[in-house]
Design a protein around this ligand. Structure first.
Ligand SMILES: Cc1cc2nc3c(=O)[nH]c(=O)nc-3n(C[C@H](O)[C@H](O)[C@H](O)COP(=O)(O)O)c2cc1C
Length: 397
């Protein structure tokens, strides 16, 4: 287990969404202890939370009424108190230090990070008492995941809807200490395809789906690393991660120049253009002009942008090549690009490479590591790669 989360649930319609949140946290490897207010138990069954988390959901403070863990004992272990949804009532009580049920009593005993996800009717949210409570709690260090604008359970449309689970989860994960073999390691991961403009609406791009990069993000986070992602503008990012977008290779180079020096290791899995249109057209190219010849110019190598004063980050380059020259090209890239490691995968085998959900790879490192990874799904390959590279990544820190 990588940490302990107390999931507080209070009595609003959005309480049912806490079940999904509990499941996501458990999937991320956290031990989750649910505490519901009595009113929350009207909206979502404590039994559901108990089953999803493997810990008896607490609704009462009193042992005779099912309280399994003492609140002081739980506070000794918990890394985070996440209250989602947080009602106007619970926010006000927490701000005032009122402790009159299992959740609010726990909140006063809790010692570490707090994340609050309020959800309520717009007028309740805008009420000065609610805003004042949120301000007090934020000043004390709570992270408030502001509610979103949308259709509310009462039928109104306005601000007050529980934030998306992705946003709540991101805030919770950011507030939790990292544990695991890569704990303390700052990874910068690039993923997806560059898009080089031909004109105002057309681009020159490639088939990279960004899946391998996302698999690396997910595996690295689970292994305890701090991760930042630079993602191609065309790929869907469904991982909860700090993410910046790029379109062209030049934009990616700019982002790398800023972010690489902050990282211990760069996993460069983005598929970057080798060539780009030399003279992109300002408007939209018109076919009435007849056949067209587009001049392409080479794109400068990105690895150079990763230098940092006290030695550059450990650089892992992902390379896609034909299988017959996989090993030879991987060796050449170690030398030519100054990479510390190269992960080479074939572009001409079914079930491997771009757009595929599976991949096989050859890993070579400058320090002499050589390992072949058989065809497997990209998630397990990402984990295997990171675990194999871990000693070198940690040494180079
Ligand atoms: C159908 C229904 C929906 C409610 N939804 C919310 C809500 O989304 N947010 C909120 O702050 N209060 C909501 N309330 C009011 C709270 O349930 C009420 O203030 C209660 O005292 C909160 O108790 P708790 O904070 O101990 O859970 C709702 C009430 C009802 C009857």
């Amino acid at each position: 287990m990588s940490g302990v989360v107390v999931l507080g649930i209070s009595g609003g319609i959005a309480a049912f969404r806490a079940a999904e949140l509990a499941r996501a946290l458990v999937r991320e490897g956290y031990e989750v202890f649910p505490i519901l207010t009595r009113n929350a138990a009207r909206f979502v069954s404590p039994y559901t939370l108990s089953i999803l988390t493997g810990h008896a959901a607490q609704v009462s403070l009193w042992r005779g009424e099912g309280a399994a863990v003492d609140h002081i004992e739980l506070a000794r272990r918990a890394d985070l108190l996440l209250v989602a949804p947080a009602t106007a009532d619970v926010l006000a009580k927490m701000a005032a230090g009122i402790a009159d049920d299992a959740l609010t009593t726990y909140a006063v005993a809790h010692r570490r990070g707090v994340v609050l996800a309020p959800a309520m009717n717009t007028f309740m949210w805008r009420h000065p008492a609610t805003q004042a409570a949120v301000e007090v709690l934020a000043r004390r260090g709570a992270v408030v995941v502001a509610p979103e604008v949308g259709e509310l359970a009462c039928g109104d449309v306005g601000e007050g809807r529980l934030a998306s689970l992705e946003r709540i989860l991101a805030a919770a994960l950011a507030a939790l200490p990292r544990r695991g073999p890569l704990a303390g390691l700052r990874l910068l991961i690039t993923a997806g395809a560059t898009r080089e403009p031909l004109d105002a609406v057309r681009v020159l791009t490639n088939r990279s789906s960004g899946r391998m990069g996302l698999a690396l993000v997910s595996a690295a986070r689970r292994l305890g690393a701090e991760v930042r992602l630079l993602a191609g503008g065309g790929m869907a990012v469904f991982e909860v991660v700090e993410c910046e977008r790029f379109e062209t290779a030049a934009e990616l180079a700019q982002r790398l120049a800023v972010r690489a020096p902050e990282a211990d290791c760069v996993l460069h899995a983005a598929a970057v253009a080798d060539f780009r249109p030399a003279h992109p057209v300002a408007g939209k190219m018109d076919r009435r002009g007849g056949a067209l010849t587009v001049e392409l110019e080479p794109v400068p190598d990105l690895a150079a942008g990763m230098a940092r004063p006290q030695g550059r980050p450990y650089l892992v380059i992902f390379a896609a090549n034909a299988s017959h020259e996989l090993s030879e090209r991987a060796h050449a890239k170690l030398v030519d690009k100054g990479a510390d490691a190269v992960v080479a995968n074939p572009i001409d085998e079914s079930g491997a490479g771009m757009e595929s959900v599976t991949n096989r790879a050859l890993l070579l490192s400058r320090r002499g590591l050589r390992r072949e990874f058989p065809l497997q799904d990209k998630e397990s390959l990402a984990r295997e790669l990171l675990l194999t590279l871990a000693p070198e990544l940690l040494q180079g820190r």
